[in-house]
Design a protein around this ligand. Structure first.
Ligand code: FES
Length: 80
């Protein structure tokens, strides 16, 4: 059975945090609560995923967003 919500993994390691991961996570959390992606995503925080060179790292479903921005994450979420 397919999960109704997309899983979004946000790295909370120090390198990702420093390069903007913290604000991405905050914005996603807000959007998942009352915004356009309400009820569509399940946010999961992870520790360092050992890809710090591509920080901030966000995984949407089975797609890696390297050097993630909020826009990239939203684009990925909109894909079926
Ligand atoms: S801190 Fe995010 S991958 Fe290492």
């Amino acid at each position: 059975m397919k999960h109704p919500r997309k899983l979004v993994f946000c790295c909370t390691g120090s390198d990702c945090k420093k390069s903007g991961g913290k604000s991405i996570r905050k914005e996603l959390k807000e959007a998942a609560k009352n915004g356009e992606i309400k009820g569509l995503v399940k946010l999961i925080q992870t520790k360092c995923m050992d890809m710090c060179k591509s920080a901030p790292v966000v995984i949407v479903g089975d797609h890696f967003c390297k050097k993630a921005t909020l826009e990239k994450v939203f684009n990925e979420l909109k894909k079926p």
